[in-house]
Write a protein that binds this ligand. Structure first.
Ligand SMILES: *Cc1c(COP(=O)(O)O)cnc(C)c1O
Length: 381
């Protein structure tokens, strides 16, 4: 009683975490009003819960979208989106440089439902145009691809897709809504893995789909709840907290990455540096135009000496964890040849330029000198 009154008089500043899986209703009239969407309310956490709603609202604002639908992971968001849009016999056109699990979602899982995928080089607009002469429901690309960091020309791709009655989906995980909002540039749907930079502390697993079309929102909500892909309250609560610092983190990490890329490029032990802010990157101008001069925080670098050089580098850089993820506040290092592209055929790996000397650095927000010092240690004789 006293607690109830206390809460009426004073509200918590930090959003509470509601772990309740179910909510009690006062009567049947309330049940009808909430079920019909006349009144806001909660009933069952798999359908809807306060922490998901709070996070969705914030993400919606960042993307400038009508709605945001959360899922238990980035893959959950992609799977739910595909299941909401596609049925057997449908056709998808997808970039040939997608996150490994996304390629498997299309090439292995959706294929079992007789949904075919055609892979294209999405940087080649003529190739995309040609692939869409045959009807397709969805064109799927990543705003910034892994590990070559190719930037998708979202405005041009949207125009091509729409001219052929096709929807454009942009997986925006590497860019984050801080650098780019795909819906404002013509994409129909944006997908984010919040596990990465938006979460930013390697302590949550979540995904989101954002869009404008309300019918599609209804479809996606059904799919997420019926197939059981909903996001957990705790992870939503963590992610909401992360949003307080995401802009600062992204800008600090990009500033570090831009300086480090220039330095790595001129380092004698590095054969090749890939970063969309470098003058030799094929998408430098596009990245600058789309991301307002902020080319992201991921750098790929090829070490002279192949696998053994990478092994020694990893042993020497104690301050940079080797882990197959990205977007942590700390700088981390990954190895595309052995992790994300492990099961890609070797001919395809060499075509993509994924060699056994290539490392991927997700640059963090440490003081520049700290990261620089660690990398210097790793590259020393
Ligand atoms: C990590 C990642 C995903 C999958 O997200 P999870 O939260 O790990 O399921 C999808 N797309 C891209 C580009 C990613 O980096």
């Amino acid at each position: 009683m006293d607690a109830e009154r206390a809460f009426r008089n004073s509200q918590p500043v930090a959003p509470p975490l509601y772990t309740s899986s179910v909510f009690a209703l006062p009567d049947l009239d309330a049940l009808e009003r909430i079920s019909d969407g006349i009144e806001p309310g909660y009933m069952y956490a798999r359908d809807k819960h306060p922490n998901a709603e709070l996070l969705s609202n914030e993400l919606r604002q960042m993307h400038g979208s009508q709605w945001c639908s959360l899922a238990a992971s980035g893959m959950g968001a992609l799977a739910a989106t595909m299941l909401a849009l596609l049925k057997n016999g449908d056709r998808v056109v997808a970039s040939d440089q997608l996150y490994g699990r996304t390629s498997q979602l299309l090439g292995q899982e959706l294929r079992r439902f007789d949904i075919a995928t055609q892979w294209v080089d999405s940087s080649n607009l003529d190739e995309v145009r040609a692939s869409l002469r045959q009807p397709a429901k969805v064109l799927l690309v990543e705003t910034i691809s892994n590990p070559l960091l190719r930037v998708a020309n979202i405005p041009a791709l949207a125009e091509i897709a729409h001219g052929n009655g096709c929807l454009l989906i942009a997986d925006n995980t590497f860019a984050t809504p801080v650098l780019f909002q795909p819906l404002k540039h013509g994409a129909d749907l944006a997908v984010e893995s919040l596990t990465k930079m938006i979460g930013g502390h390697s302590d949550l697993t979540l995904g989101a789909t954002l869009g404008q079309d309300s019918d599609l929102h209804k479809r996606l909500t059904s799919v997420t709840t019926i197939w059981g892909m909903s996001a957990s309250p705790f992870d939503c609560w963590q992610a909401t907290r992360s949003l307080a610092t995401v802009k600062l983190r992204v800008h600090a990490a990009v500033a570090n990455a831009a300086r480090l890329a220039e330095w790595l490029k001129s380092h004698p032990k590095i054969i090749r540096t890939i970063y969309p802010g470098l003058s030799d990157h094929p998408d430098r101008a596009l990245a600058s135009r789309l991301f307002a001069g902020s080319p992201g925080n991921i750098i790929c670098a090829e070490l002279a000496g192949g696998r053994e050089a990478v092994n020694q580098f990893m042993r020497k850089v104690q301050g940079i964890p080797f882990c197959p993820s990205l977007g942590d506040s700390r700088t981390t290092c990954s190895y595309p040849f052995g992790t994300s592209h492990r099961y890609v055929e070797s001919a395809e790996k060499s075509r993509l330029g994924i060699t056994d000397g290539l490392i991927r650095l997700s640059i963090g927000i440490e003081p520049f000198e700290e990261i620089h010092g660690e990398l210097e240690k790793g590259l020393a004789n």
